[in-house]
Design a protein around this ligand. Structure first.
Ligand code: PLP
Length: 391
């Protein structure tokens, strides 16, 4: 199948590069999770880091209409931005912010995760002074050693704060370090510690609120841990958290990254390309084209001379060091073994850095593999500066 050159493509006026977000794919992924989640279990959409680079406000609206009733972000400022955009559904911060953030949390009705007594009491004081009751979720450290109350302290911490009329425990949760490894012993250990802590709270007559622990891989692989709510992140954006989940759910990538050729030349044999001239034109008939996407847009410099792009449904190789705001690629008609000739590249041609064009596709996993990282980091980084176009 022929790829698209330019016709019918939505693209920003001021810079020929953009992140394309397919909101109908997001909706289909959300429905696929609805199928995975037990009846009566609530769904929380994790939209931290601007929905993993996909745009938190637009994604929240689609996800809410697809049945996600609660939202999680990483920072207080992310929560405030959602409130200012008119999102008035429950928002949870996935860690405990500094106590200096308390007035903002109370003003905007944003729930923090809580794991220290001092923070909880500061929150309760500020809420009571404003005539409100602040909801929070108690975080438990069951083995990841990142955040949360240590499991042996859970009842004591709750007893130290529960008297406060300005506080309401709306949830109790933990986070798994190895939810993506089926049959993992450490996972079972975390799960049993979580169950014991929840039982201890209930045994002490303390209200737990919503009990939750499953992230994307947990939701897919450990249905018996879904409890009152699942917290789904990466899977909503169409990316698999691990090889183990791929056979269990079919998902469609939501993000593509594209640009247009802003310059194209036939350099002389031996001419170098980019900073350090790390690639040189090997023979006649090679075109070198420029695209306005660089490492400040999330295209890691470590991909230099290693990644491909797609033009008209064919792969071309990226050459020279990736710059802060631009990169170059080569169209070499002689390299027909790996890179089939696409015909002459022209000014304005559509270039796909991540996504599908014709029969070719470059996935977030392909880029993550080249970078020795995970798809999560690849999509978050593309959220840095590129304009988003919703399709
Ligand atoms: C990021 C995060 C999630 C979502 O994880 P995914 O693997 O993207 O589903 C869930 N819970 C917590 C506490 C997180 O920090």
């Amino acid at each position: 199948m022929e790829g698209t050159r330019m016709s019918g493509v939505q693209c920003p006026d001021n810079r020929w590069s953009w992140v394309e977000i397919d909101l109908s794919a997001l909706r289909r992924n959300a429905r696929a999770f609805r199928e995975q989640i037990n009846r009566g279990t609530q769904m929380m959409a994790v939209i931290k880091s601007d929905a993993y680079g996909h745009g938190a406000v637009a994604c929240a609206k689609v996800l809410h209409s697809a049945g996600f009733s609660q939202f999680a972000v990483a920072t207080v400022d992310e929560g405030v931005a959602l409130r200012k955009a008119g999102i008035d559904w429950p928002i949870l911060i996935l860690s405990e912010p500094p106590a200096t953030a308390v007035p903002t949390l109370v003003e905007y009705d944003i729930m923090p995760s809580v794991y220290t007594v001092d923070f909880a009491l500061a929150l309760g004081e500020a809420a009571a002074a404003a005539g409100k009751v602040a909801k929070y979720h108690l975080a438990l450290d069951t083995g990841m050693t990142r955040i949360g109350v240590r499991r042996e302290d859970v009842v004591d911490v709750r007893r130290a704060i529960d008297f406060h009329r300005g506080l309401e425990c709306a949830g109790t949760f933990t986070h798994f370090a190895t939810a993506d490894e089926p049959g993992d012993w450490d996972f079972e250990l975390q799960r049993s510690r979580f169950d014991e802590a929840v039982a201890a709270l209930r045994g002490a007559g303390l209200e737990t609120g919503l009990v939750h622990c499953d992230n994307t891989p947990g939701t897919i692989l450990h249905k018996d841990c879904q409890y009152d709510m699942c917290r789904v992140g990466i899977g909503l954006y169409g990316l698999q958290p691990a090889e183990s989940t791929a056979p269990r759910i079919s998902l469609e990538p939501v993000m593509s990254v594209r640009g247009r050729v802003t310059r194209v030349v036939y350099p002389q044999v031996g001419d170098g390309v980019g900073y350090g001239l790390t690639w040189r034109v090997p023979r006649r008939g090679v075109q070198v084209a420029t695209v306005p996407i660089g490492y400040a847009d999330g295209l890691s410099r470590a991909l230099s001379n290693r990644m491909d792009v797609i033009v008209a449904g064919r792969r071309c190789r990226q050459v020279g060091r990736i710059c802060m705001d631009q990169f170059m690629f080569a169209n070499d008609v002689n390299e027909a073994k790996v890179y089939k000739p696409v015909g002459p590249i022209e000014y304005g041609d559509l270039v796909t850095v991540m996504g599908r064009d014709g029969d070719e596709e470059i996935t977030a996993d392909e880029l993550a593999g080249l970078l020795d990282t995970i798809n999560y980091e690849v999509v978050c980084d593309f959220g840095l500066r590129l304009q988003r176009v919703y399709v």
